[in-house]
Ligand binder design. Structure first.
Ligand SMILES: [Zn+2]
Length: 242
């Protein structure tokens, strides 16, 4: 059986993890936490690059971030849905990788795969923990927590918490640049819309700087959880009101 992983990033397409939470994954690695990436599809319907090229790019990007492994669930791109067969597939992989924290998409969005993935990952995490779940391979394992990335969402609630990625931001861009087939010359990607002809990278940097300003650091990534955040004491609160 493989070693349990502390953090598992589960996103719809190869490059989503880098674009949305690359800095937080690198920051986790820097904290000594183990990180894995599970892409749900191979991005075979994408208009740029081939699945083979994206696979090579994805492997290279995972190395830049320091991920222990990267796997692909090979679910159909453009057709992700929170169905029982897909939940079983994802639950089986969660049992294999045994993550403590799962990071995935925000619940809403323009891309159907992204919002379907958000619900699919939550329900597959529950299913993976059911001892008598039918047709799910492996021993029961339920992730402790599922966290949703709010990065670049235009209509999202206030973040539940933000991760300071100031020290990882250049590595984040290096990982993003591994996906040359997707982003070379692009002014938009997924749900990032650069204003006019402003380069994508400049837009991403500007938005990460905005998230950073919310916690008074240079760069950050925003997250949302259903649960409240626990602190040891009032005195441990960070981020000044003034
Ligand atoms: Zn995507």
């Amino acid at each position: 059986m493989t070693e349990p992983v502390d953090i598992l990033a589960v996103f719809a397409h190869p490059d989503d993890a880098e674009l949305l939470v690359g800095g937080s994954l690198a920051a986790a690695v820097d904290q000594g936490e183990s990180v894995g990436i599970l892409d749900l599809t191979a991005g075979e319907t994408g208009s740029r690059g081939t699945p083979e090229l994206r696979e090579r790019e994805a492997a290279q990007a995972a190395r830049v971030l320091g991920a222990r492994f990267r796997e692909n669930a090979l679910l159909p791109d453009g057709e992700l849905a929170n169905t029982l067969p897909m939940r079983r597939r994802v639950a089986g992989l969660l049992r294999q990788f045994r993550p403590r924290i799962v990071v995935t998409h925000w619940l809403e969005g323009r891309h159907p795969d992204h919002r379907e993935a958000a619900a699919l990952v939550v329900d597959a995490s529950f299913l993976a923990g059911l001892r008598n779940a039918r047709d799910v391979p492996g021993d029961p394992h339920r992730p402790f927590k599922v966290v949703h990335a709010l990065t670049f969402r235009e209509q999202a609630p206030n973040p539940t918490f933000l991760v300071d990625i100031s020290e990882q931001v250049e590595r984040r861009f290096e990982a993003m640049r591994c996906f040359a087939s997707q982003w070379d010359g692009a002014t938009g990607a997924g749900e990032v819309h650069a204003g006019g002809s402003r380069p994508l990278e400049e837009q991403v940097r500007a938005q990460l700087a905005h998230y950073g300003s919310l916690i008074r650091v240079p760069y950050a990534e925003p997250f949302w959880t259903r649960e409240a955040v626990k602190l040891p004491s009032l005195g441990s609160l960070a981020v000044s009101t003034f």
